[in-house]
Design a protein around this ligand. Structure first.
Ligand SMILES: [Zn+2]
Length: 84
């Protein structure tokens, strides 16, 4: 097997995507894996660095919850396995 274990074990690839800028300041970002949104606090809006840091920090601590949004997927998998 040539699969890289780290790819399989780690959840869907997390990546941050800036959804909205004010000028060059990122104010809203989303996780491409779970669509969670990260907002820069208004108190940081006058600093590009503060906004970037705040968004990045929220992104770092969040957990992708793709499972929660599709509880049926789990059931379908289980039914499919029981069938065999
Ligand atoms: Zn995520």
């Amino acid at each position: 097997m040539e699969f890289c274990l780290c790819e399989t074990v780690v959840m869907p690839k997390r990546a941050i995507r800036i959804a909205k800028h004010i000028g060059s300041t990122p104010v809203l970002a989303t996780c491409v894996a779970c669509n969670q949104q990260f907002k820069a606090p208004t108190s940081a809006l006058n600093s590009v660095k503060d906004c970037t840091d705040a968004i990045q920090r929220q992104f770092d601590v969040h957990k992708c919850q793709t499972m929660d949004s599709s509880p049926n997927a789990l059931r379908m998998v289980r039914e499919a396995t029981e069938d065999k």
